[in-house]
Design a protein around this ligand. Structure first.
Ligand code: ZN
Length: 363
């Protein structure tokens, strides 16, 4: 019940009873401890003074609990504190001294302590990383850290004292959009991210689709060009080789014969530099084709575009539209997309949502 109110609240008692198929007495019995714990609160009487029972909607108190979400990259631990509705309250980061698991865990624990502060209302910690993670928070494989079989969850629980959940960062990102973002209330939606790699997540019938291979990043190797660069797995013109931030910066830097950042690549394209424009537009066309493929295969109501490299979708908007047109049947309805702001805290917020979910679903 707390879950329904958290995601869809404030809700009237009658609406909650209907959604959860509960009788009024059951609802009263179940809500009493949540009200007593301060997790739920009764709003103003909505009956408008009409005769009969007062109607006071239930809502969660977002500030009643806080959660920490940490995103691990190859050289940094980025962290946020969020409230119960995943609103970001504060942000901090630390460099990782090495990829040694114990040192990484020490660094994350220091970051968690800094974020939690002296008087902590923090309930749980979530960590997201690019790799394959089991239910037991065991990192089976994280190539960017050179890890295999690192029990990161237990290591962090031991160091921080907080319940800690670890999962793939794209699963975390997708769940954040599912519960608190653009996908809230939708039956089917997909997420595409552009960053160090290209990620894909999907929610079908209000459930995230997971498998033992979630975390490998299979859609990152979706073929988009029969020419172009080759990815480390040997695919020519796959999504990773065409769209990932390192692929784009490398392509532009090579042509200009000087190192440029990703933001500079986008700025150069906007300013009309012919080489940058060509590379960005080819990436945009590839993104459009990938969107068309996702639209055809998983028939989503919405495709959410995110990740720290997502600004590409705006700079190359015309090329993206062209890529979609190239592959999508002209008779089909237009695909709905939603472009998030490019912001690394999105990944941290996703990790916090893992912790929120674990907490709320355990209530
Ligand atoms: Zn590939």
């Amino acid at each position: 019940m707390a879950l329904e109110v958290l995601i869809h609240g404030p809700l009237s008692r009658a609406e909650i009873a209907r959604r959860l198929d509960l009788s009024q007495p059951s609802l009263t019995r179940l809500s009493a401890p949540l009200l007593a714990a301060g997790l739920l609160v009764e709003g103003e009487d909505q009956s408008g003074g009409r005769a009969g029972r007062p109607s006071r909607p239930l809502d969660v108190v977002p500030s009643s609990r806080h959660f920490i979400g940490v995103k691990l990259t190859g050289d940094e631990a980025l962290g946020v504190v969020t409230d119960l509705r995943a609103n970001v309250v504060s942000f901090a980061s630390r460099a990782i001294p090495s990829h040694e698991p114990a040192e990484v865990a020490d660094t994350v624990a220091e970051l968690v302590a800094e974020l939690a502060g002296p008087t902590s209302s923090v309930t749980a910690v979530g960590v997201g990383l690019g790799g394959l993670v089991t239910d037991q928070a065991l990192v089976v494989r994280a190539p960017f850290l050179g890890w295999s079989n690192v029990p990161l969850g237990p290591m962090l629980r031991e160091r921080t004292g907080y319940p800690t959940v670890v999962d793939n960062d794209l699963v975390a990102f997708t769940e954040a959009e599912h519960w608190f973002g653009a996908g809230r209330g939708l039956d089917r939606f997909a997420v595409l991210t552009i960053g160090a790699g290209v990620g894909y997540g999907v929610v079908i019938h209000d459930q995230i689709v997971l498998s033992a291979d979630s975390g490998i990043g299979l859609v990152g190797h979706w073929p988009l060009q029969s020419y172009g660069a080759v990815c480390p797995e040997g695919h020519r013109g796959c999504a990773q080789a065409l769209l990932a931030i390192p692929s784009i910066t490398k392509a532009v830097s090579t042509v200009l014969d000087r190192p440029v950042t990703y933001d500079q690549c986008l700025e150069l394209a906007e300013a009309g530099d012919p080489a940058a424009r060509r590379i960005i537009d080819e990436a945009g066309r590839g993104l459009g084709r990938l969107i068309a493929a996702v639209g055809a295969l998983t028939v989503p109501e919405l495709i959410v575009l995110g990740g720290e490299g997502v600004h590409l979708a705006k700079v190359a908007a015309n090329a993206v539209a062209e890529g979609i047109r190239q592959d999508r049947d002209a008779r089909a309805s237009a695909l709905k997309t939603h472009i998030l702001e490019s912001d690394t805290t999105q990944w941290c917020r996703g990790a916090a949502v893992l912790a929120i979910q674990t907490y709320v679903l355990a209530e």
